[in-house]
Write a protein that binds this ligand. Structure first.
Ligand code: FAD
Length: 288
């Protein structure tokens, strides 16, 4: 198994920021993940699992202990209308695998850059679709070594939430139930959504996507624009001029730039509009 020591996580995060992991592991099989967790439990070594690091800010001090990335576990299997995907496969590749079989239901996911594990954890969604709409079940490995199959109901999905967020479990795979559709129509839908995304989002810069969850009754980008903050530069980070809900890394930003700018936006929006913005992005690791 590939194991890297003192590996800078900025090489993996979509914001291109973040300090090192003491140990970074890339298991290729479920058995290798189980062996890693077993070792960590026996030696009380701290561990954490990451997906494609597209919804993460890792603070500049990095992460102590073992970080497991499942990106080498990426099998996608289609049987009839059911797709079974290993946790490290990209959601984008999964949506294209569905297209290739003329299966409809995952078009919404064609531009979300996360892994399957991260998408289940976050209940990723876009343009009116969410993981919960097509999710059947996942095998989840718990620290005591047990593997349980959790169903859609047991995940208790809601907006950018699944109950995995409260459990210390590793999503090993996911099963999605899709419907037979028309390949041409599926392709057209995916092209339309890709066009929308490319025209509205600052994909030319590193970012973590939408920084904040959508607050009830408001749009985050509009609040930030109305507060006069769009374009604000903080160290090497900037509130995107194209989409105010994104913070882009324009000039070697640090995780500290991101964390401080997020706190500043929250403070200003609370003060001006009495709205509490809640980060969608996960902020983890130690300060430098
Ligand atoms: P990571 O960022 O690696 O991790 C996120 C969390 O999931 C972490 O807490 C991690 O511990 C946990 N996790 C990851 N894998 C596992 C696993 N196997 N088992 C248990 N826990 C795990 N999101 C949307 O919902 N809709 C969008 O339209 C969207 N657009 C985006 C556009 C851009 C340009 C970017 C950069 C991001 C966008 N995102 C969007 C955010 C992100 O892609 C999603 O939240 C995605 O689901 C995160 O997946 P990941 O694999 O990158 O997870």
């Amino acid at each position: 198994m590939k194991l890297l020591l003192d590996e800078p996580l900025m090489n993996y995060t979509f914001t291109k920021t973040g300090g090192p992991a003491d140990v970074l592991a890339f298991p290729k099989t479920r058995e290798e993940v189980e062996a890693l967790i077993n070792y960590c439990q026996e030696t009380a070594f701290p561990w954490l699992v990451l997906g494609n690091a597209s919804n993460l800010i890792v603070r500049d001090g990095g992460i102590r202990g073992l970080v497991i990335m499942l990106l080498d576990m990426k099998e996608i299997r289609v049987e009839g209308t059911m797709i079974t995907v290993e946790a490290g496969a990209r959601l984008i590749d999964t949506s294209y695998a569905a297209l290739a079989e003329g299966l409809t239901g995952l078009e919404f996911a064609c531009g979300i850059p996360g892994s399957i594990g991260g998408a289940v954890f976050m209940n990723a969604g876009a343009y009116g679709g969410e993981i919960k709409d097509v999710f059947v079940s996942s095998d989840v490995l718990f620290p005591d070594g047990t593997v349980c199959t959790l169903t859609n109901e047991e995940m208790n999905f809601s907006y950018r939430h699944s109950d995995i967020q409260q459990m210390q479990g590793i999503v090993l795979n996911a099963r999605f139930e899709l419907e037979q559709g028309d390949e041409g129509m599926i392709r057209t839908k995916m092209e339309e959504l890709t066009y929308l995304r490319e025209s509205k989002q600052p994909l030319e810069y590193p970012s973590c996507g939408s920084v904040f969850k959508r607050p009830e009754g408001h749009f985050t980008g509009k609040l930030i624009q109305d507060a006069g903050m769009q374009g604000l530069i903080w160290g090497g980070a900037q509130i995107s001029e194209k989409h105010a809900g994104f913070i882009v890394n324009i000039n070697q930003a640090t995780a500290t730039d991101y964390v401080e700018l997020i706190a500043h936006i929250q403070e200003v929006i609370k003060e001006k509009f009495d709205v509490q913005l809640e980060p969608e992005v996960r902020i983890i690791g130690e300060e430098s």
